[in-house]
Design a protein around this ligand. Structure first.
Ligand SMILES: *Cc1c(COP(=O)(O)O)cnc(C)c1O
Length: 419
């Protein structure tokens, strides 16, 4: 344990000791109109642009310019197998085998594709468990899948919520629900980290409880990938999906990641929505009419993927590989711990950190009692980018790849000045 101290000198000394500090230089930080660098705490929403992204994309533009269609095979990084260049790096970030990992489509699309294969309701076992106040897109996707199978979302959707007067979901409550109602539940679909509260769920325990009751377990890792330690393979997760534009810095609307556990790699009993890019690579261009899926997650691909977004994601994954997920998680705990320490040091009754101390990633969600958006607007006037969620929550994500201890210290000074 590091003994934190509430001073600028201390923050500077932490940055000096930080083995990852130099990665900050690899990112573009937004500036205000007078050219002052803004404090950026929105990496949970849109990660910053790696400075190398431009060159990665320009390589593909140049190959397209000079080679046209021949770029599929003759580009410096041939487009035909381009997505494969990202597989192993992405697999390492989520604790998966390359066979279990693919980058394709966008998040909500992948969520639907996974439910097509893994939500197989019967008249007895048809319910889906999600967290109350799950991200809206997930709610819409799940309800529409339930309705698509002819069930009533009002009845078939179970939303687990925190106990009265609490903000956090207790894993024992999820376990109890599965024990009691598991016979009617087909699928448990939770976030890895809740986007609003910042609570990280115990994916391993929830997966175990689901399997014990013959339910499948899928996870939306939008706020978890590149943020917390994940071991999807070892935890026996059935499937997972995540976007890459939050902690993974691939740029707005960036391409998504998808995990399908090895145990389904060649399971032809699973229905799926198929497309030609999921077809066996050896015979894809024979253009036959029978679909033979590639073994593993790649078999769920539909279309040939967009190379430019893959290029920008690749630039970012190369940085992740260099920094190492373990080291990032280690720094993240210190950095977010320091933010928490400074907020508590303020000894201001109006501030309540709703994110649980031992179940979280980088993000802290802080409730500011008796406040409204005017306070937040004042805060951003001081040169901070963070975000506001009605009615009274500020979400802050000090990102270990590019945020510093001095960033955190400076932020708290600015928060004090507006309170
Ligand atoms: C960010 C986020 C999304 C966004 O979905 P897209 O399909 O990428 O637009 C969905 N679900 C969760 C939980 C998210 O955090």
């Amino acid at each position: 344990m590091v003994a934190f101290s509430n001073s600028h000198d201390f923050a500077v000394s932490m940055d000096k000791k930080d083995p990852l500090a130099h990665f900050r230089e690899r990112f573009h930080f937004p500036k205000d109109p007078s050219g002052n660098t803004l404090l950026y705490f929105c990496g949970n929403s849109l990660g910053l642009q790696p400075k190398t992204v431009r060159a990665y994309i320009e390589q593909e533009l140049s190959d397209w310019e000079h080679l046209g269609v021949e770029g599929h095979f003759q580009a410096k990084n041939p487009w035909m197998p381009y997505h494969e260049f990202l597989t192993e790096k992405m697999a390492n970030i989520v604790g998966a085998k390359p066979l279990e990992t693919v980058v394709m489509n966008s998040l909500t699309v992948n969520l639907h594709l996974m439910m097509v294969s893994f939500y197989r309701p019967t008249n007895e076992k048809y319910k889906i468990v999600i967290e109350k106040n799950a991200f809206p897109s997930d709610q819409y996707a799940v309800k529409s899948q339930i309705a698509f199978h002819g069930f009533n979302p009002e009845e078939a959707l179970i939303e687990v919520s925190p106990r009265q007067g609490e903000d956090m979901l207790r894993k024992e409550d999820i376990e109890q629900l599965l024990e009691e109602e598991g016979h009617a539940i087909a699928l448990v679909l939770l976030g890895g980290v809740n986007y609003y509260t910042g609570q990280a769920f115990d994916i391993e325990r929830i997966t175990m409880a689901a399997h014990k009751n013959n339910c499948l377990a899928g996870f939306d890792l939008a706020h978890a990938a590149g943020n917390i330690e994940l071991q999807l393979h070892d935890w026996q997760v059935d499937f997972a999906v995540w976007c890459s534009y939050k902690y993974l810095n691939s740029g707005p609307g960036g391409i998504s990641g998808c995990f399908v556990h090895e145990k389904y790699a060649d399971d032809t009993s699973l229905p799926r929505f198929a497309g030609w890019w999921g077809h066996d690579k050896k015979t894809r261009f024979l253009m036959g009419s029978e679909f033979y899926p590639i073994s593993g997650a790649e078999g769920w691909q539909l279309s040939n993927p967009p190379i430019l977004p893959l290029a920008s994601l690749r630039a970012s994954l190369d940085i992740f590989e260099e920094a190492g997920m373990q080291q990032l998680v280690q720094k993240s705990k210190l950095l977010t711990g320091y933010l928490e320490f400074l907020l508590l040091e303020m000894k201001n009754d109006r501030i309540q950190i709703i994110t649980p101390k031992d179940e979280r990633g980088a993000q802290l969600s802080i409730r500011i009692k008796n406040s409204n958006k005017a306070l937040f607007n004042q805060l951003i006037q001081t040169g901070v980018i963070c975000d506001w969620r009605e009615p009274d929550v500020i979400r802050l994500a000090p990102v270990p790849l590019y945020n510093s201890f001095v960033d955190v210290y400076t932020f708290v000074q600015r928060l004090k000045s507006v309170l």
